[in-house]
Write a protein of this length. Sequence first.
Length: 134
Amino acid sequence: MNVSELAGDLLDYWVDRCEGRDHATASFAVPAHAYSSEWAYGGPIVERDQIFLQPPSEVHYNGGPNAGWRRYDHWRATVSARTRTLPPKNEFQESFNVRGVGRGAGETALLAAMRAKVASHYGDEVPDVDLAKP
């Protein structure tokens, strides 16, 4: 599954996995953790993992083939380089001990932040899971 499409219980399941829970405790936690919809759960992760949030806005890019204004109608999030766990993507990143970037986008700040959190651990895709099966 593409991380950019995760939402609701499935996104919260993968955030739970990032937080160190196994399949059984992540998918059957009671009460369910609502990381992507409740600041009481997702907010501490945003702070601890230093997830940068950018609201919907217009951004100007200087130079290059994509110079000019670009409008973003959604929230964007990036996990700090200090807290990323995704392995380096290539030898260049590895030689400088750079971790893969975790980015996310969504209709709300928490949705974008939690997608970025999952991407910072697993990359752009995660395996499809059945939350009904332990």
